[in-house]
Every structure is written in C-alpha cells, then in structure tokens.
Design a protein around this ligand. Sequence first.
Ligand code: CP
Length: 307
Amino acid sequence: MKHLLGLENLSKEEILSFVEEGEKYREWLDGEYAETRKPLSYLKGKRICLLFYEPSTRTRHSFEIAGRLLGAEVSSFSLAVSSVQKGESFKDTLLTLESIGFDLFVIRHSCSGACLYASNVLQKASVVNAGDGMHEHPTQTLLDLLTIYRAKKTIEGLKMAIVGDILHSRVARSAIFALGKFGWELHICAPPTLLPKDIEKLNVKIFHRLEEAIKDVDIIYMLRIQRERQNEQFFPSIEEYTHLYGLTHQHLSLAPGAMVMHPGPVNRGVEMEGKVVDGEGSFILEQVRNGVAIRMAILHSILGEAR
Ligand code: CP
C-alpha cells in the first residue's frame, strides 16, 4: 500500500492486518520497549513530515512518537510560521517539502479530499490521512478497532451506538465504512439536523433518543460537537443538546458492561459527564495508547521492509 487515504475502499483483510500488526506493536511497547527504551530501526533513513493544517494533540504526537520508535526522522510542519502565511498554496507546499526529501506525509486538513489531492500532486512520497475535513479519519478507526479487539478478543459482529455530531464527523464516516465490513449493527444517534443526508443508505439504524440507541450495545461511542465546522445553528442551545444527548453514568445501566469510547478531545459536561469520562467503563486513554501502536503498524506497512 502506497497511501492510506481512507477505509471505504480497503478490504476487511487489509483492515484486519493493520489491527493485528498494531497488536504486535502494542505488545512490543508494553514489553521489550518498556524494559529497554530502545527504539527499532525498520525506518532508518526514512523521513516523515507531519503536515497539519488543523490543530491536533493525539494524532500528531502519536505519529511523531511512532515514526521515531521505528527509527525514522520526523519533522513537524508549523502552519503558523510556515510560508503558507505568505500565500504559498497547498500544492506548492507539498512539492517544496517533497523536494526537501520527505518520503511520507501525514496530513490533516480542513478540506475533504485534501489527502487524495496530495497523493495526486506528490511524485513519489506517500500520504497518510490524519483527518480530511468531514471525509475520513482512518487511523482513528484503526486504533479504535485495536482497542476493541484487545478488550473483546474479536472485531466481528458487535453492536455499537455512535452518538453526537455525525454530520461533521470524519471519525463517524471512517467507522461506518469499516465496521460494516465486519457485520456490525450500527446505531447512529443525533438530532435530525446533525445527520448527513441519505445516511440510512449506509446500512445503519437511525435513532433520535439516546436511551433507545445505547440499549444493550457492546460499545457506546460518543462524539464532540464540532463547533469549528458549524457555520449555522444546528440545535437551540448546548444545554438542550446535553440534556437530550449527553451521556451520564445513569445511562450506563442500559448497556451493562459496554465499552465507553470517544476519539477525543472530550468536552466534559457537554457530550459526556466527567464521571463517565473517568469511569471504569471508559476506554478513552486506552484508545490514545493504542494510537501509537497502530500508527507504528501503518508507517511500517507503507515505508518499511517486511518484518
Ligand atoms: N482524535 C483526534 O484526532 O484527536 P486530535 O485532534 O487531538 O488529534
């Protein structure tokens, strides 16, 4: 695979292979690496550029750590002090950085399709999509699958509720594309104004009441309201949204033993009560831990020789 642009066109076997490789890296991180603190050298001599046009904490830093742990040189592009501020286009930025000598670009951009565009513009370098507009966030879903695989010992035929701002969520789109391939029952829950047009065509069940959506599911997956992508009013007030769609610890009795997940960042007290974020059923920090392992698997698969 030269690029990872999304999960829509990946096969079930390709997705599974990332999860299995991620699991091996997670075992390495917890075992040999925790003991020796010695990085690997599979990507020695390779150069990775983290080209982020939007803010990020988890994705950016876990890719940085993943690249370094594999022996690559990793540079972080700083939008605020780059020549983009002097009017340089996305295309010229890509070609300039490729000429400097990068082998792979991890790209986050506010435009859906920016990563596909980059993969067409670049002559030799690879592209990994770290979130493009409202399109896809494939590495998030892969790390989520690794988290579920470790907890449930399977990623086949589970039942999950995805609750929140589905309309603006690239995480939800990647999840819907991937989980359908594994025979999941997907409950999509949001106010009607925060659902994409024709979403029911994606083989999901639509709910507008949180209590009904989460009943007896294996996983409750909460999403943030993406106010940075909302240029109009989608619901009367945050307070009303929280009242109707915010997950509280009382809700958890409707899905006993369910994993509670969130891609982060969480707006505590909006989509989830702090008590749930920090509670026993929460896998939010485990998702973050698995982010390093899955991104090692992705970088190795694209840039490395066979293990
Ligand atoms: N989940 C996620 O993409 O988080 P960041 O925006 O912090 O990278």
